[in-house]
Design a protein around this ligand. Structure first.
Ligand code: FMN
Length: 190
């Protein structure tokens, strides 16, 4: 087996490309596309999003409001995801321009993006200044899922969501399920 050593860089993939919504004290909601995101704790449930302090209208909003909503888009929404990640809320009202609907959240002030099948409300518990990005660690305080993506057991159906994966600069849709947690040790059902 032959391998090349590449320069140190963030070559981890797949990762989600999500839409983070937030609202400032002026009441104007904004959206930022975020790929630097992940699950960081099960109990309490916690999710991180990393935002550049510079040139991100969303940064001071999340920092001062201490909350955000992580909205999971479907692969069919890839154009919106890319667009929200290439224009700034300092110049455009992204909800209006993208034809997205801000929906009232259940705990936080930041709105949900109604068109996204899954919305995760978070309250910021920690902020880590890491370098180019600050990592906001948010505790999940509510999760919303469209009826259309819930299966008979109330689980979110990945197949129905058709999530978007960001892989080293490219957007991908994901394929089919190839296993279930524990199946290698004989677990037979979901
Ligand atoms: C696929 C994709 C992923 C991105 N991921 C991040 C990220 O994790 N953190 C970040 O600060 N910016 C990220 N960006 C860039 C911001 O989304 C972009 O600068 C956006 O215009 C900022 O909007 P705002 O100024 O309204 O906050 C990403 C952009 C794209 C297209």
């Amino acid at each position: 087996m032959s391998k090349k050593i590449l320069e140190p860089s963030t070559r981890l993939f797949p990762i989600p490309a999500a839409l983070v919504s937030c609202v400032g004290s002026d009441g104007v909601p904004n959206i930022i596309t975020i790929a630097w995101t992940g699950v960081v704790c099960s109990e309490p449930p916690m999710i991180s999003v990393s935002i550049r302090p510079k040139a991100r209208h969303s940064y001071p909003i999340v920092k001062s409001s201490n909350e955000f909503v992580l909205n999971i888009p479907s692969a069919s929404q890839v154009r919106t995801v890319d667009w929200c990640g290439t224009v700034s809320g300092s110049r455009v009202r992204k909800f209006d321009e993208a034809g997205l609907t801000p929906a009232v959240a259940s705990v936080v002030r930041a709105p949900l993006i109604a068109e996204c099948p899954v919305n995760i409300e978070c309250e910021v518990r920690h902020r880590l200044a890491l370098g180019t990005h600050d990592c906001f660690i948010g505790e999940v305080v509510a999760v919303h899922a469209d009826d259309a993506v819930l299966d008979a057991d109330g689980r979110i159906s990945v197949g129905a969501v058709e999530p978007l994966a960001f892989c080293d600069g490219d957007y991908w849709s994901i394929g089919s399920r190839v296993g279930v947690y524990g199946f290698s040790r004989g677990k037979l059902t979901d």
